[in-house]
Design a protein around this ligand. Structure first.
Ligand SMILES: [Ca+2]
Length: 366
């Protein structure tokens, strides 16, 4: 600010001008307060494409999405193998957790020749009548993109068969997705390896191995692509966390307990939460920081890094503790967390510091 020296006097005109400006500003601000429109919606329109019913991580991933106010779930489609039985599983899961309003679509029932897959969670799904009808997942996906061009995040947590078929049918419409967030691939780290020390290197990752051609179509489609490979998604749900979830007695926890028990054949197997990391990334990208890479899927289902313009944002490292600090309060909550997103983020920050000792205890117990 310019100082006023002794002997100078601000002119009467200047003082009057400043006064008038203050009144104008003040009335403009109060008018804005009185007429303020509701804040713009911060919810993200999502569709989840899932092979729920085989491994258990899909159930935890869908459960996380159901608990998250950041999302408006336009629908959930089923991928790979017995997609009708998977849709029946979802019907029961959504009904039991109070989300029957979410549309379910049935994907293409492709499977590897001679290798029909038995769904570990079939008994849960079979309680829904076998004559239940579902719309076609590829039709559903393309219709939703046409209704909301540039607005939908497709979270793909199964083999990419439905995505590949949508690209074959209408690639231009598919590219009008806001983005695809995909659990899949293995860039430097394979299954059950750590991100340190000597490893045997990447593996063909399951979702890509099941339908290599479909994955190749997705990676070369030109759609904005966010990839969560084995490198960053092998976060375990240990016994202490499982007990925390299952003892809550919420409808979601009860459904997860039944599905977990069927998946683990009643033993204490430890789930790897692969797919839940993709769901978490779609709302809180800081949980899995990405870097631009050019990835190509080769004919043996390996994820190859190539030189050239990037075609994907890829998360190669994540923190198990940071992820669980986010995931656990969500999944044990009795319902959708309803508080304002900013408040919740602040609370998340506070909880992070408050939970340091609990996390240290958990880590020590492992
Ligand atoms: Ca999956």
């Amino acid at each position: 600010m310019m100082p006023i020296t002794l002997g100078e006097r601000p002119s009467v005109r200047l003082v009057a001008g400043v006064f008038a400006l203050c009144i104008l500003l003040s009335s403009a601000m109060s008018a804005q307060t009185a007429n303020s429109a509701p804040p713009p919606s911060t919810t993200e329109k999502i569709i989840i494409d899932t092979d729920i019913g085989s491994d258990i991580d899909d159930a935890f991933a869908v459960g996380l999405a159901l608990q998250s106010p950041e999302f408006k779930i336009l629908g959930i489609s089923t991928a790979w193998g017995d997609t009708h039985l998977r849709a029946r599983l979802l019907t029961r899961f959504l009904k039991e957790t109070g989300h029957s309003d979410i549309p379910i679509a049935m994907g293409i029932a492709k499977q590897r020749p001679g290798k029909p897959e038995i769904l570990s969670q079939a008994p849960y799904a079979e309680r829904i009548p076998a004559d239940q009808k579902y719309p076609n997942a590829v039709d559903f996906l393309l219709e939703q993109i046409r209704l909301h061009p540039g607005e939908i995040t497709l979270i793909s947590i199964g083999p990419e068969t439905n995505l590949g078929a949508a690209i074959d049918r209408d690639a231009a419409t598919f590219r009008k997705l806001k983005r695809v967030v995909l659990m899949g691939g293995s860039v430097y780290r394979g299954y059950s390896q750590f991100n340190y020390g000597k490893t045997r290197g990447p593996d063909p990752e399951w979702n890509i191995l099941c339908d290599i051609q479909a994955a190749q179509k997705v990676f070369s489609s030109g759609v904005p692509l966010y990839v969560m490979p084995l490198d960053s998604t092998q976060i375990k749900l240990q016994e202490l966390e499982r007990a925390e979830i299952f003892k809550t007695g919420s409808a979601l926890a009860d459904a997860l307990l039944v599905l977990y028990t069927q998946w683990s054949h009643g033993t204490a197997q430890t789930p790897t939460l692969f797919d839940a990391i993709a769901v978490a990334y779609a709302m809180h990208p800081e949980l899995c920081p990405t870097q631009p890479l050019r990835l190509r899927i080769d004919d043996q289902a390996f994820t190859r890094v190539e030189s050239g313009p990037p075609n994907a944002q890829v998360c190669l490292r994540s923190s198990s503790d940071q992820f669980l600090e986010f995931f656990m309060p969500r999944i044990v909550s009795p319902g959708v967390i309803t508080e304002n997103v900013n408040e919740r983020l602040l609370k998340f920050g506070r909880d992070k510091s408050a939970n340091v000792s609990q996390i240290a205890e958990r880590t020590a117990a492992r």
